[in-house]
Design a protein. Sequence first.
Length: 272
Amino acid sequence: MRTKAAVIEEMLDEVWERYFWIDPMNKLLDGWTAEEAGRSLHKGIPSVTQIVNHTKPIPGENFTLLWSVVGRAIHDVYHAGQLSYLHQLKGHETRPKNDMIAPATTVKLDEKAELKKFLLELMDNAWAGRMWLHPVEPLLPEVSSQLSNWRPDSNVPTFAEIIYHMKFWKEYVTRPLRGQSNEDMPRAEQANGPGRKLAHMPSWPQLQKETVDQHRAFREAVAALKEPDLFTALAIGHPAYDFPYRLVCGVILHDSYHLGQLVLLQQMFQAA
């Protein structure tokens, strides 16, 4: 129990305070005028104020239960992704990164197996939409080729570009978990977020399949790890994620963050 709580606390810190793979909520709340925050910035979507209000705890929510706390972290990062997309839509400048790295959680040997089971369950629940979110996999077939390539503004990425970005990073981190090199993967995508120029973008049907296949490959790689390996540092490419248990948490948050953007983009397209 103590180990799970420490890991969830790290996740909450990443959602709200630390710059790793996602922009933290406390920075995404900055930069809005009252007028901007109070109105919908595009037809069919909520305002910044409405999104922020939706992150407030529900009356009676029991934060003594670990699944309630981790559910709140996943819920918040989903809406952080939406705020990030709205920042881009308005052309707000990207804030400088501040990669603060907290010490890794200390875990007793008998707690590692329980934590691995918890992380796999959390990954499955987030992917399947059981954490107050939309499920990722069923969402993809609902998206037409037209929506996949629709760009509401030159400042923001398309649906397909976000999905490609999610798939890319899952492959990038799956390889080291399997003892494989990722050095041959494109440097441009490593350095940039979704929406940048890519050397090759698969067709939308192919990209859907590759995304689902890569998620399953990542899950299989995590499931195959021996429990002590979760706390054995690897050369992932980012010090914050060199410990595999943190890497799993980071991927879950990264997926949920971009899922919020995908749903927002779908709402904008339907209202256009």
